[in-house]
Design a protein around this ligand. Sequence first.
Ligand SMILES: Cc1ncc(COP(=O)(O)O)c(C=O)c1O
Length: 308
Amino acid sequence: MLVMKKSAVIWFNGELIPWDEAQVHVAAHVLHYGSSVFEGIRAYDTDEGTAVFCLDGHVDRLFNSAKVYRMAIPYTKAEVSAAILETVRANDLASCYIRPLVYRGFETLSIDPTPCPVEVAIVTIEWGRYLGPEAIEQGVDVGVSSWRRMTPGAFPAAAKVGGQYINSQLIAMEAHQHGYVEGVALDANGYVSEGSGENLFVVSRGEIVTPPLASSILEGITRRCAVTLAREEGLAVHEQFIPREALYMADEVFFTGTAAEITPVRSIDGIQVGEGGRGPITERLQKIFFGITGGQMEDRHKWLTYVG
Ligand SMILES: Cc1ncc(COP(=O)(O)O)c(C=O)c1O
């Protein structure tokens, strides 16, 4: 299990304070009812200095998640973006994972959180390969979870909300108990949805498919980037409902996510995917993705925001 090292400071309601002083009261609404929205963002160590990947996309999604849950963030998007860059600079990390968190503090413990203050914190932390150091080259072994993703009428999957990650926790814990690196959840109708913290792509006969938003996925920002890169490579990419057996029959399967980046899946439920390692299309997309995030390839989509 990943044990993480504290950073020096946290941006907390408008100011940078020492890590240990960024405290929340036990009566805060968020602790009781999961009332938070958040983002996971990476800052990469590029040849030209530290750069945040897809900053605008993440900040937009944060504000959209807050909108769904009627949370008025007491800062503008520009202020949150500037605070993210300030926190990365202050912690002096060449690369890191960034966690902006917007949550309901205490004013009431009744379920309707409307009177509770909306508070904002930005945490940065060192974080290497999410699914293990060899995962990027060798791929990971995963299992289909006995837990389903939520039905669209119960939880808005496109909003990145703290409470929803209780479902992801069930999927991840079960997978680890069974000896898998990650679990893949099906949607309420039995079609493939996503990993506990990653979107999923299937490659068959040279074409790429990925589940639609209707399969209760988070609309991943890395997913969007992977689709863009694949289409630029002349590959066909479709969103379609994916039956479970398509995972076993695929030539390649890969995950995308801020934490997972682009990670090949080499087996599912003990069944080998394709040749059982990283497939050629996955590798091709990784090369471009890591080329751009490492600063060695032209950032043609302006995905990088330099912190310096
Ligand atoms: C449930 C879930 N799906 C997909 C993703 C991938 O999204 P992104 O690429 O924006 O990090 C994440 C990560 O945040 C996630 O938690």
